[in-house]
Design a protein around this ligand. Structure first.
Ligand SMILES: [Zn+2]
Length: 152
């Protein structure tokens, strides 16, 4: 990450008044390594998306929509950091099936768009629980083989 980007991130945290609570600011995202949970959760979503986008740009990974791709990464990493069991299990299963950590994030991210509305429901009524369950069921069905076959 460039110094300019870092100072932008610091400005953002200052603007939201969070800077005094921070112990360390995560400066880099690498999808092959599990982010340190506390550092990841300290970031706001915009900062997470910026770090993910920077990684893909520096790695020169061509994407139809870099912003959408980075947002999917952030959603999946949030679920891992919050220890959402179906997602954590899927990361493990996909890794054992031979996918890199980055590809495992992509595989899970591939089922996010069709369940986005479900995932973003935050109210804890029965309806939201059913919606989350549908998303988790889709995550549970993911395998390294199905990802390689392009079924998602
Ligand atoms: Zn990616």
């Amino acid at each position: 990450m460039t110094e300019r980007k870092l100072s932008e991130a610091e400005d953002a945290s200052f603007a939201t008044g969070q800077s005094q609570y921070r112990t360390s600011i995560m400066k880099e995202y690498n999808p092959e390594c599990t982010p340190e949970i506390e550092s990841w959760l300290e970031l706001d979503d915009q900062e997470r998306i910026a770090l993910v986008a920077t990684y893909h740009r520096v790695a020169k990974i061509k994407l139809p929509s870099a912003a959408a791709h980075a947002a999917l990464h952030a959603i999946v990493e949030n679920q891992i950091a919050l220890n959402r069991e179906p997602v954590v299990r899927a990361m493990d299963r996909l890794g054992k099936g031979g996918l890199t950590r980055h590809d495992a994030v992509h595989a899970i991210g591939s089922v996010v768009p069709e369940h986005l509305f479900d995932i973003l429901k935050t109210d804890q009524n029965d309806d939201a629980a059913t919606s989350q369950a549908r998303y988790y069921a889709a995550v549970e069905r993911l395998t390294a083989a199905s990802w390689r076959r392009g079924e998602h």
